[in-house]
Design a protein around this ligand. Structure first.
Ligand code: APR
Length: 241
C-alpha cells in the first residue's frame, strides 16, 4: 500500500478509468451486480439502436427513469477524491468514465472523457445536435431538437454502436503514457474500456484497481484493493493521512 501511495504522490501522469461502482455509493445501481440495472431487463431490449427503432417510447421510459434517479443522486466521496486528484495533477490527469450519470462533471472534474455518453443530454437523430434534457419533472420524452425540430435520442453509446473516435484515442493515449493507472468500480468486461488497464500495464504504468470483487484485470494489477471506491481512493490518495 505504501508503494502505491508514493507512486501516486510522485506520478506526473495519472489516468483513471471508472465504472458504475464509483456511483454505487451515490445510490445508483450498477449494471451487473446484484440489484443491478440489467436485472429484469436484457440489454438487447433497451440499450441498442434496434431496440430504440422497435420501441422508442419503451427505451425513453427506461432512460427517463434513470435520468430522474441520477438527478436525485449526489456525488459521493469517491467523486470528490477524484476531483482532488485532478487538481493535484492538473494537465497530467485524465479521468475516463464509462458512467453516463454525469456525476464526475457535477463533482467538478474537467479533464474528463465520458466514453459512453451522458443520460442528462439528448442527441438529435436527424442533425446530431446535442442539448441537455429539461428538469425531470418537466420532461416528457421524446425531446425535440431545438435546432431542427427532429426527434432526439439519449446521448449515450448503445451496444453495437461505435464510441467517439476522438474520445477513445484520448483515453488510449492517456493510459499508454500514464505513470500510474487507477481502475475503479468496473467489472472490466465491456470493451474497449476494459482494455485500458492492460494497455497501461504493458506500457509500464503502475496499475491500481479498486473493486470489492475481483475482475479479469485483478491478476495484472500491482495493487488490487478489495474495497469500495471511496475506501480504496482514500487509502491511496487521501492527503491528510
Ligand atoms: N465501489 C467500487 N466498486 C463497486 C462498488 C463500490 N461501492 N459496488 C460495486 N462495485 C463494482 C462491482 O464489483 C462491479 O465490478 O462495480 C462494478 C460494476 O460493474 P458493472 O455493473 O459491469 O458496471 P461497468 O463496469 O461500469 O459496466 C461497463 O457496461 O452495461 C454497459 O455501458 C454500460 O458503462 C457500462 C459498461
Amino acid at each position: 500500500m505504501e508503494e502505491a501511495r508514493e507512486r501516486l504522490q510522485r506520478a506526473e501522469r495519472v489516468a483513471v478509468l471508472t465504472g458504475a461502482g464509483v456511483s454505487a455509493e451515490s445510490g445508483i445501481p450498477t449494471f451487473r451486480g446484484s440489484g443491478g440495472l440489467w436485472e429484469g431487463f436484457r440489454p438487447e431490449e433497451l440499450a441498442t439502436p434496434e431496440a430504440y427503432a422497435r420501441d422508442p417510447e419503451k427505451v425513453w421510459r427506461w432512460y427517463a427513469m434513470r435520468y430522474a434517479q441520477v438527478m436525485q443522486a449526489k456525488p459521493n466521496e469517491a467523486h470528490r477524491l477524484l476531483v482532488e486528484l485532478e487538481r493535484a495533477k492538473e494537465r497530467g490527469f485524465l479521468l475516463v468514465t464509462q458512467n453516463v450519470d454525469g456525476l464526475h462533471a457535477r463533482a467538478g472534474n474537467r479533464r474528463l472523457v465520458e466514453l459512453h455518453g451522458n443520460i442528462t443530454r439528448a442527441r438529435c437523430e436527424r442533425c446530431g445536435h446535442r442539448q441537455p434534457l429539461p428538469p425531470p419533472d418537466d420532461f416528457t420524452p421524446p425531446p425535440i431538437c431545438e435546432r431542427c425540430g427532429g426527434r432526439m435520442r439519449p446521448d449515450v453509446v448503445w451496444f453495437g454502436e461505435f464510441l467517439d473516435a476522438d474520445h477513445l484515442a484520448q483515453a488510449e493515449r492517456a493510459f499508454m503514457t500514464a505513470d500510474v493507472a487507477l481502475v475503479v468500480g468496473t467489472s472490466a468486461v465491456v470493451e474497449p474500456a476494459a482494455s485500458l488497464g492492460r494497455i497501461a500495464k504493458s506500457a509500464g504504468a503502475y496499475l491500481i484497481e479498486v473493486n470489492p470483487e475481483p475482475t479479469p484485470l485483478t491478476p495484472l494489477a500491482d495493487l488490487s484493493l478489495r474495497t469500495s471506491a471511496s475506501e480504496g481512493l482514500r487509502a491511496v490518495w487521501r492527503q491528510d493521512g
